[in-house]
Design a binder for this molecule. Structure first.
Ligand code: ADP
Length: 168
């Protein structure tokens, strides 16, 4: 069985991520979308909230499983015996960073973990979790960026919070 992991922060999941998930799910027998519990970042949503959002937005795709992990991707992938990581590329600006991670992962895994890149669909090329949070914090319309459930959860977060401190 061919499996892949799509790792990321997903803080929160956007239509851009969902587009990558749908396309990658067609390429593999199983796609594990995994939320990275990164202690170095202060996310808007907890890992549990992000996992729940992802489970909800992928519930119609039968070969997608949602999990979370902490530590190195190569260790997590090794434990699961998965050899492919999926990442999305929006623009040239993503490329240098992503290339570095992909090469590091190949090195650390002694060639066992490869990365494939899906270029973003043009309609989502502008979209990032940070911009969604910023737009929402100023009361802007995020309905073209995230599914309704996610939009509700973001608005709920911003209801009585000082927004300026939680946008990366
Ligand atoms: P990370 O902190 O790991 O970069 P993100 O949740 O921001 O986590 O992104 C996870 C992956 O999804 C990355 O490979 C990123 O390039 C990709 N991605 C983010 N937004 C989009 C988008 N709009 N279209 C396609 N890919 C995207």
């Amino acid at each position: 069985m061919k499996a892949a992991i799509y790792p990321g922060s997903f803080d929160p999941v956007t239509y851009g991520h969902i587009d990558v998930i749908k396309r990658a799910a067609e390429m593999f027998d199983e796609l594990i979308v995994s939320v990275l519990d990164n202690k170095a970042k202060t996310p808007l949503f907890s890992v549990d909230e992000r996992v729940k959002m992802l489970q909800d937005v992928t519930k119609e795709i039968s070969n997608v499983k949602v999990e979370s992990f902490s530590g190195l991707l190569v260790d997590y992938a090794g434990r699961k015996n998965v050899h492919v990581s999926v990442r999305g590329l929006r623009a040239v600006t993503d490329f240098e960073y992503e290339l570095q991670i992909a090469q590091t992962n190949r090195l650390l895994s002694k060639g066992k973990l490869d990365t494939i890149f899906l270029t973003t669909s043009l309609e989502y090329a502008y979209l990032s979790s940070s911009s969604v949070k910023e737009i929402a914090s100023f009361g802007g319309d995020i309905s073209l960026c995230v599914p309704p459930l996610v939009a509700d959860m973001i608005h709920e977060k911003f209801k009585d919070t000082d927004m300026t401190t939680i946008i990366e």
